[in-house]
Design a protein. Structure first.
Ligand code: FAD
Length: 387
């Protein structure tokens, strides 16, 4: 651990403490460091981005699926534009490769029309319907009857992005405490601050205070909110695993763009799709497996290759069963169980609950990566009233 990252060198009092160094916590740190002088980031692992932020599709979403008026719709659209600008300005790898949603049967065409209507309501104005012929000119190896094309979708090097956000934060004076788990959070109303207890990897524990606390703990965010004394049934989080399989045998070279199926009804993911990365690899995934016991388990079940093959070969006719190898898995913190309607992000400054200056971010699943920079701005706007 780098010495200036070790908490005992600097823990006195902080103005802002951010719990969690995933892409969202880092984006918040970078933004808040423009306005506050003592900003701490506390992360239980020895490095940033060891959980959901390094286990996803790295897709910059255009913002088409989310109910108009929701935080997901607004922050995704704003975050997408900010992210492209940020990548250009900071030399971070990205590719605006575009995305196709492919209908493989006539029955799916109405669904494409619905998605297009939602896209337009969400101001994704470059989305358009294209014929099978046009799609096959872009991607000669796919099978389709009708398609939606989203030129503004892309992929990003999320590790480069997180590294840049960390560097920027450190340069603006943010202190990072890695290998430190938050094990207690309580309010000290007399002093208008919070007392945070942390456990270091060497087993020592200590407390410090913070005027503002940002709970950006991803899979651990509901637990942190409860530590503070907030028992809100709306914050109940369920874990859903998403597995990926890598495309082998040279088949990764046959596809260049993001190619998605029409989402199945009541689906909790976007359907098994192709995900190119910047090194030229291709993955298929993710599926959406409800983890009823809430245990974090990143294994990929090789027997699921069969289902991946069946679903993806509808639009990737060149696939053969032996072309898939288990790859990574990630876990989504969702606010819904199977069959429940889709829920929005919860990003709330908790003054109304009696916790002024505490911001909870709960259920930050997809499009959390795309929205990360705009979430940073949104969190700042929630704290502005205290200036
Ligand atoms: C399979 C999958 C695919 C996805 N694909 C996309 C995509 O293509 N595009 C997109 O926009 N989004 C996607 N997402 C969503 C995106 O990955 C997440 O929204 C985003 O990474 C969330 O970032 P975060 O910082 O909130 O959470 P995390 O990355 O989970 O960071 C939270 C951090 O908090 C730390 N923490 C937790 N508890 C404590 C504690 N008590 N003390 C100290 N530290 C703690 C954790 O160690 C962790 O590092 C996908 C997600 C999944 C699972």
């Amino acid at each position: 651990m780098h010495p200036y990252y070790h908490p005992i060198f600097f823990f006195v009092d902080s103005e802002v403490t951010i719990i969690g160094a995933g892409v969202v916590g880092l984006a918040i740190a970078s933004e808040l460091s423009r306005y506050y002088s003592r900003v701490f980031v506390i992360e239980r692992h020895d490095h940033f981005g060891m959980e959901t932020s390094s286990r996803n599709s790295e897709v910059i979403h255009s913002g088409i699926y989310y109910r108009p008026g929701t935080l997901k719709a607004r922050l995704c659209r704003e975050g997408r534009d900010m992210l492209y600008r940020y990548c250009r300005g900071h030399d971070i790898g990205y590719r605006k490769c575009g995305k196709l949603i492919v209908a493989t049967q006539k029955n799916d065409i109405d669904k494409l029309k619905e998605i297009l209507a939602t896209a337009h309501k969400n101001d994704v104005s470059d989305a358009r319907m294209i014929t099978a012929g046009e799609a096959e000119k872009m991607e000669p190896h796919i099978r389709t009857v009708q398609n939606l094309f989203f030129p503004s979708s892309g992929i990003v090097d999320i590790h480069g992005l997180m590294q840049s956000l960390e560097n920027e934060s450190v340069n603006r004076g943010v202190d990072f405490a890695y290998g430190c788990e938050v094990i207690g959070l309580k309010q000290d109303p007399g002093n208008h601050e919070y007392i945070i207890s942390i456990l270091d990897t060497d087993g020592s524990s200590f407390d410090f205070t913070s005027r503002y606390v940002i709970n950006s703990a991803g899979l651990g965010a509901e637990k942190i909110a409860r530590m503070a004394g907030i028992e809100d049934p709306q914050y109940k989080t369920w874990f859903w695993k998403g597995e990926y399989f890598a495309l082998l045998n040279g088949k990764h070279k046959l596809i260049n763009r993001l190619v998605y199926p029409v989402p199945e009804p009541n689906t909790t993911g976007l359907g098994i799709h192709t995900t190119p990365d910047l090194s030229g690899r291709q993955k298929l995934g993710p599926n959406a497996l409800f983890l009823e016991d809430g245990k974090i388990d990143y294994s990929v079940d090789p027997t699921h290759a069969k289902e991946f093959y069946q679903k993806a070969s509808r639009f990737l006719p060149f696939l053969e069963p032996g072309d898939l190898a288990p790859d990574q898995a990630g876990i989504r913190p969702k606010l819904q169980r199977p069959g429940d309607p889709a829920r929005d992000f919860i990003i709330r400054e908790e003054e109304k609950k009696g916790f002024p200056g505490l911001v909870n971010l709960i259920g930050i699943e997809s499009p959390g990566l795309t929205a990360a920079l705009s979430i940073g701005n949104h969190v700042r706007s929630l704290l502005k009233k205290y200036d």
